[in-house]
Ligand binder design. Structure first.
Ligand SMILES: [Zn+2]
Length: 250
């Protein structure tokens, strides 16, 4: 395994694009075939279930000390030599200064084998104390604009006109593989929304998120066949938007 991995990295770009890059990066590190995408290790990484990765995501509008306390308790275990463990701090711009302060020492001199990858949209939104301790990398989103705009479509509850959707879909030229990645990101998004709804005891949010999760899971079970991505996403659109329980109630 690579022993030149920086202790703390800050990756900047759109969230969905960073997750795609990160999956490839981690597969290259952990897969014995250098990132084959098919072996158990690669699949576990893709499903965020690999034992040497800890994925953090703020439940609310900012991280709490409780949410990041897992870092301190994990890091107190000494790793075998040549092993690696990664903390992936998604939405790192949601770290409060209290949380950041508790992380500074770990970021600066992490215990051997431990690494941090922080993901954020823009560098300006990062606390300077954190930014200055990280190796910064910016990822251009250009080639992913089409998929990101579809993500925007399916991740909001705002009503859209079907004709605008069809236009975006037409321009996206989304492939089968990108479709699966998009489904994955959307599912992660709506599961988080669902959890937030429960925490906030917001019945409407729970209902909307529950509906989205059901549609996405059903879609996962019937992924697009070669050449049928557009029909696939039209169906997802119909089920998500037109079957929206809140809107059809009104
Ligand atoms: Zn592999």
């Amino acid at each position: 395994m690579n022993n030149n991995i920086p202790p703390a990295q800050l990756w900047l770009g759109s969230h969905i694009h960073l997750l795609e890059q990160l999956e490839t990066y981690l597969q290259k590190i952990f897969c014995s075939a250098g990132g084959c995408r098919h072996c158990i290790t690669c699949r576990q990484i893709g499903q965020k279930q690999h034992h040497a990765l800890c994925w953090l995501y703020p439940e609310k509008s900012s991280y709490t000390l409780d949410e990041i306390s897992i870092i301190g308790s994990t890091i107190s275990y000494t790793l075998d030599s040549n092993s690696h463990f990664f903390f992936i701090i998604q939405k790192a711009d949601f770290l409060t200064s209290t949380c950041a302060n508790s992380l500074l020492k770990s970021l600066e001199e992490p215990a051997t084998g431990y690494h941090f990858i922080l993901l954020a949209e823009r560098v300006e939104s990062m606390l300077p104390t954190i930014r200055s301790r990280c190796t910064v990398q910016t990822f251009s989103n250009q080639s992913f604009n089409s998929t990101s705009s579809l993500f925007d479509f399916f991740s909001t509850t705002a009503p859209h006109s079907p004709s605008i959707f069809l236009n975006v879909l037409e321009q996206s030229k989304i492939t089968e593989r990108e479709s699966i990645e998009l489904l994955d990101s959307l599912l992660a998004h709506w599961v988080t929304e669902f959890k937030m709804g429960i925490q906030e005891q917001n019945a409407q949010k729970i209902k909307i998120a529950d509906h989205a999760v059901t549609v996405l899971k059903t879609s996962f079970a019937h992924p697009p066949m070669p050449g049928s991505s557009k029909i696939f996403w039209k169906n997802v659109y119909l089920q998500m938007k037109l079957g929206d329980p809140v809107r059809s109630m009104g």
